[in-house]
Design a binder for this molecule. Structure first.
Ligand code: UT7
Length: 327
């Protein structure tokens, strides 16, 4: 039986650090509020001349180096992002060009913060069916470029960065065991970037109203739905595979809020040592958050061969999902 596995990981976060103390000078907020409500101390910001495909390239090259493959070995490139380099063409095509991955098909995934789990599911299916052999999946975001830096409800939350994985076939035990995807479009207006699409095309009026920036209508409602959705997705994934929470060696959840991550961990009765978090340093990097965290966990030795990983994500759409992986 042909399965898929994550054969290598890589990540990149920009050099520029924006701390909570820096934000105190920009808006009416405090380090204490941000830290206690979200767990975030600082986040990374891309340079003016650095876009989502640049971040993706750095993470991708690291993953390819870890696996010892060349860009020509890639069959497919997927980039999960809500901050594409341009609305058209896809960021995956920019990345294909930057890498000179001439054989690879390329497209973007628009599933917001759940984009990496969606991509994992697509890659797993393509590999199981034999359609593709070597797939590069990147979550990459330059959220600082669509954040409204005058809106304290959102600007303290987000950061920039990219995480990449290479997914390849296997017949062994180390593999992607399952993925579960969910969405509920009736909540589309909770978290959005209203301007710049076909409903509100870019115009001086849209820009004047700041509609081309991220809006979160009720952070608290998003918080409650996110917590319940990730808990349910995680539990369904374990049940589907006949696994118990005690089988989980590491939970890597979307890094949106440390209180959400803690709530999911508590519902699963997972001790802190089995929960990965880098939100303090990175903030919420949307589609990049899980692959950046995964790469950090792998490189720091938190993930060892044979470990059972549970991934859970949640984001605008609303979208959410989970994945179970034997490393
Ligand atoms: O990645 C996609 C999914 N996104 C999420 O999952 C985000 C989910 N939501 C959250 O993480 C939390 O709801 C937030 C961190 C956004 C907000 O935390 P909260 O505990 O839900 O606070 P709240 O929205 O209920 O706001 C409490 C108060 C409000 O003041 P009043 O109305 O009580 O006077 C806000 O105006 O905190 C105020 N506030 C702030 N104060 C200082 C909101 N933002 C800030 C801020 N600094 N940056």
């Amino acid at each position: 039986m042909r399965y898929s596995r994550i054969a290598a990981t890589g990540s990149y976060v920009p050099e520029r650090v924006l701390t909570n103390f820096d934000l105190e000078k920009m808006i009416d907020t405090s380090d204490e509020w941000i830290l206690t409500r979200t767990g975030i101390s600082e986040r990374r910001l891309s340079r003016d001349d650095e876009d989502t495909s640049d971040l993706a390239e750095r993470a991708s090259r690291e993953a390819m180096e870890a696996m010892g493959i060349a860009p020509e070995d890639l069959d497919l490139i997927m980039v999960a992002t809500i901050t594409p380099t341009m609305p058209l063409p896809s960021t995956a095509c920019f990345l294909q060009d930057k890498l000179q991955a001439r054989r690879a098909a390329a497209f973007d995934i628009a599933a917001a913060c759940s984009g990496f789990i969606y991509g994992l599911s697509i890659a797993d299916s393509f590999i199981r069916t034999g359609t593709y052999h070597t797939i590069l999946l990147v979550g990459s975001e330059a959220l600082s470029k669509i954040v409204d830096w005058t809106d304290r409800n959102t600007c303290v939350l987000f950061g920039d960065g990219a995480g990449a994985v290479i997914i390849a076939p296997t017949e062994g035990e180390s593999r992607i065991i399952s993925t579960h995807l969910y969405s509920n479009g009736s909540y589309w207006d909770l978290l959005m970037q209203p301007g710049g699409g076909s409903r509100y095309p870019i115009s001086p009026e849209i820009i004047e109203k700041n509609l081309h920036k991220i809006k979160m209508m009720s952070g608290n409602e998003v918080f409650k739905i996110a917590t319940r959705a990730m808990e349910d997705a995680a539990i369904s994934a374990l049940k589907h595979n006949g696994l118990e929470p005690s089988d989980v060696d590491l939970l890597i959840a979307h890094q949106a809020n440390h209180r959400i991550i803690r709530a999911v961990a508590q519902r699963l009765r997972l001790p802190e040592k089995n929960v990965f978090s880098n939100i303090a340093k990175c903030g919420n990097t949307s589609a990049a958050s899980i692959p950046i965290a995964l790469d950090e966990a792998v490189r720091s030795g938190r993930v060892k061969e044979g470990d059972l990983l549970l991934l859970a994500a949640f984001g605008a759409g609303l979208t959410w999902g989970s994945a179970v992986i034997r490393w």
